[in-house]
Design a protein. Structure first.
Length: 206
């Protein structure tokens, strides 16, 4: 997300704070009995709105790997490096991913597999053997408190979401795939991957 998007989110949070202050001031005028109820309802509403707004997943990197199948090069593995915009606890077990290739739609759920990258190669990590075409996993690059690896909580962590593509969704050269991340709460994030020519095995999506 660019700096204008970040500025917009911060502006909305400030606006909510101003609205909260105004409602609190109005409740004082209308009386102390109504004030308590109004403040409780307002606090609850504001917390929900802030949670929705600030749960924004940034995409830092998008890469894939070509494999030659039946004489044709196709991207069969993709990795999307994500990081929360604002460090907070996000339960990634509730994250759903939708794949759209223009012909069909597939929904992926969390496999329960998250491992550190360590000294492993991203696309040759053993975790790839533990996820299916109907699930996704995480290869973690930064997780100082092990919240993601041990407790399925994404806070200030940075991790690759890894996805294996079956024959119907593997990406030919010049093909495209739209990936949408649906967190259990927060802003939906969509990115469209455009496969380049297979000049190299590792493809970087712009």
């Amino acid at each position: 997300m660019n700096k204008w998007g970040s500025t917009g989110i911060v502006s909305v949070i400030i606006l909510i704070g101003v609205i909260l202050s105004a409602i609190a001031a109005a409740s004082i005028i209308t009386g102390e009995t109504q004030q308590t109820t109004t403040e409780e309802n307002t606090d609850k509403m504001v917390n929900q709105v802030i949670d929705e707004i600030t749960t924004y997943i940034q995409i830092k990197d998008q890469i894939g790997k070509f494999y030659k199948t039946y004489g044709e090069y196709k991207i069969e593995k993709i990795g999307i490096l994500i990081k929360p915009l604002i460090p907070q606890d996000i339960d990634i077990t509730g994250l759903t991913i939708k794949l759209t290739n223009g012909y069909d739609v597939k929904i992926l759920n969390y496999s329960g597999k998250a491992e550190f990258i360590g000294k492993n190669s991203l696309f040759e990590h053993d975790i790839w053997d533990e996820i299916t075409y109907d699930s996704y996993g995480f290869i973690v690059t930064v997780d100082k408190d092990r919240s993601l690896v041990d407790y399925n909580i994404l806070n200030g962590d940075m991790t690759y979401v890894i996805i294996k593509l079956d024959e119907s969704f593997s990406m030919p050269q010049r093909g495209s795939l739209t990936v949408t991340l649906f967190p259990s709460s927060g802003i939906v994030r969509t990115t469209t991957l455009e496969a380049p020519m297979a000049i190299r095995a590792i493809a970087t999506f712009e």
